[in-house]
Design a protein around this ligand. Structure first.
Ligand SMILES: NC(=O)c1ccc[n+]([C@@H]2O[C@H](COP(=O)([O-])OP(=O)(O)OC[C@H]3O[C@@H](n4cnc5c(N)ncnc54)[C@H](OP(=O)(O)O)[C@@H]3O)[C@@H](O)[C@H]2O)c1
Length: 301
């Protein structure tokens, strides 16, 4: 498979990918910002930890030396509040530009990017515009590239689902943002890892492609709440929450809470249906992905 560098290795998708690569007998190099934190999350004796930060170009030089392929998953996602050193534009655009430049200088052949469904041009300086620019940097880099855009991811402690379960446990009523009609196509984290492994194993077929991937079912936001209420055995009334009002609430929570349940940037997820073709995974990667309903039945939340 050639030597692989994973950025965002300590993140939700990154750590599942690392585990799967190690299972296959690979020894991936992992770019981490804090090696003692990373040693608690990753199988430290079976990977090479390299300390670096994508917003500091000089810190990437050693990390990319001798690497054939980079899997880039180091982003500040919309569900996280910005803080010094973790800002959307600085990390998602600036960090990707640094990584691309370091990769080109070191002769890296290929970069595989973990992006998100619905990435498109948007207002200058917005979260979505930053994600779009990050993709463009990679497409224009001259490196071989593949972009994977998953819908929301589920699995043990998956951030999106965990946020909703925390809300079910703590809030007396559940807000149906914009009426709860926006649709999602949850995909299992292990299936996302399988897709990345297939992309790594088949460079000829998958280079210069953008893959939008989702699970085998689509759910409205209301139906996701219903599935999670069933899985947790809780009953909560759901109330219509107009999107502009929720946006104001998110801004207030972001101003006062260190880890707000909703951010202003995450509101972007509720402005379009987060779905793709129902057979996207089977068609492009030849396997049947896990159903969200079946996962909840078999594993609980
Ligand atoms: N999880 C989902 O539901 C989902 C769905 C669709 C698409 N995606 C996309 O998949 C990608 C990965 O998502 P995720 O859920 O795995 O994210 P995550 O859990 O928030 O992890 C982000 C990772 O990026 C690292 N990172 C952040 N800033 C960095 C920097 N400046 N330098 C180096 N590393 C940095 C973090 O390291 P630290 O440990 O040091 O913070 C962490 O390892 C993102 O592009 C996301 O949009 C995720």
């Amino acid at each position: 498979m050639g030597s692989i560098l994973i950025t965002g290795a300590t993140g939700y998708i990154g750590r599942h990918l690392v585990a799967r690569l190690v299972e296959q007998g690979e020894r991936p190099r992992c770019l981490v910002r804090n090696s003692s934190h990373a040693s608690r999350i990753l199988p430290a004796s079976k990977v090479d930890l390299v300390t670096g930060d994508t917003i500091q170009l000089a810190s990437l030089e050693a990390a990319v030396q001798g690497v054939e392929t980079i899997v880039h998953a180091a982003f500040v996602t919309a569900d996280r509040k910005e803080k010094p050193g973790s800002r959307y534009e600085e990390t998602n655009v600036g960090g990707t530009a640094n990584l691309v430049n370091a990769a080109k200088a070191a002769g890296v052949k290929r970069i595989v990017v973990l992006s998100g469904l619905g990435t498109k041009p948007d207002k200058a300086g917005s979260y979505m515009q930053g994600r779009y620019l990050a993709e463009q940097l990679v497409i224009d880099s001259g490196l071989g590239w593949t972009i994977i855009r998953p819908s929301v991811v589920f699995g043990k402690d998956a951030p999106f689902i965990k946020g909703l379960v925390d809300l079910i446990r703590s809030a007396p009523v559940l807000p149906l943002i914009g009426g709860g009609t926006i649709r999602f196509q949850p995909i299992y984290v292990e299936d996302v890892a399988t897709i990345i492994l297939k992309v790594l194993a088949e460079p000829e077929r998958t280079t210069s492609k953008i893959y939008t991937v989702g699970g085998p079912e689509q759910y409205s936001f209301r139906e996701i709440f219903d599935a999670l209420l069933k899985a947790t055995g809780k009953k909560r009334p759901k109330v219509y929450a107009p999107t502009p009002l929720v946006g104001v609430g998110a801004a207030v929570m972001e101003a006062v809470l260190p880890k707000p349940p909703l951010t202003k940037a995450a509101m972007a997820l509720f402005s379009f249906d987060n779905v793709t073709d129902i057979d996207s995974v089977e068609r492009d990667f030849g396997f049947q992905p896990m159903s969200f309903a079946r996962y909840l039945q078999e594993h609980g939340i």
